[in-house]
Design a protein around this ligand. Sequence first.
Ligand code: ARG
Length: 405
Amino acid sequence: MARAKKVVLAYSGGVDTSVCIPYLIKEWGVEEVITFAADLGQGDELEPIRQKALDSGASQSIVADLIEPFITEFAFPAIRANALYEGRYPLSTALARPLIARRLVEIARELGADAVAHGCTGKGNDQVRFDVAIGALAPELKVLTPAREWGFSREETIAYGERCGIPSPVSKKSPYSIDLNLLGRSIEAGPLEDPNVEPPEEIYAMTVSVDAAPSLGQTVEIGFEQGNPVSIDGVRLDPVALIRRANELAGSHGFGRLDMLENRVVGIKSREIYETPGLLLLIKAHQELESLTLAADVQRYKRQIEASWADLVYQGLWYGPLKQALDGFIERTQYTVNGSVRIKLHKGNATVVGRSSVDSLYVPDMATYGSEDQFDHRAAAGFIYVWGLPTRLWAAARRRDARLG
Ligand code: ARG
């Protein structure tokens, strides 16, 4: 029994997804495999990828440019959320998955397919993100996952592909697994599997090393409207151009590298190297602008919401109810996040050196130690009398009775 007749496969051009094509047809009796490759600004030539799918046996090969929605609907919400998984990783890979899943499902419906497929293995986070997103968006579609079931080693995958006429990966075999898009690069495997091994310089492509960074720093000014970045150094840029510019600026000063041991959804720890220069720079600037424009209690509360938001996105729950509810909260906090932040990039560092906003809650007459001071110093005594009362009462009781400890 064939598992499905017509399948749309999420396609990257790599060995695993290429081998999925003949595998689906030969082993699982699929009649027609249509591939879908997303352009997320990864900089790959997409025409050879489109052709490779056809050469591997696809009946139709679709390439779609999703860069714009990727930035406006996924990256910008992450910036507004200051989203950093486990306090560090800005989710550059994770944010792409719900978008790819959304388009995959749309294409499957447009073409009348009865299933979709992806080439993720059973150990990673991406399978979780794809499966959960597809299940939420199109419960009627089956999800076929050959790479989770075939049990091939890497060599066996390549050998199977060769028997089906798929050329083995080009000569200079990289030991690394790399996922990339306009937001950054995620690099794992090979020598990096030893968490005690320093990442070799050759793995980086968007950032220079601190040693190679110019000795002269550069100050950049990032402008925001309602929490969205809109300009760099006074020049208004569309969202995609803005991310590109932020990547160039931060990357050229060696800012935006991350060497991280992270906790995957499936329960294992893994070591991943990231370079996400622009995104980390923009989140840093955004956080800073919030410290000027959000009320103290909102700011503190939002930090907890942000951690939950990042967890949800990492764990594949983009289309879930909690994510939607948290988005509502974040959206409401961003009305006043307008203004600009100046950051000095220098030798791997990004140091905030100034911030300003029309919605600033910083009141100079309150903060100053000079003669303009409007703060009523005498009022502090009454406040502290009440504020400290429970502590004084407790301390007094403790002095009376040593058993209170
Ligand atoms: N660990 C990252 C995440 O789950 C990236 C996963 C893909 N990494 C890779 N090198 N292929 O978001």
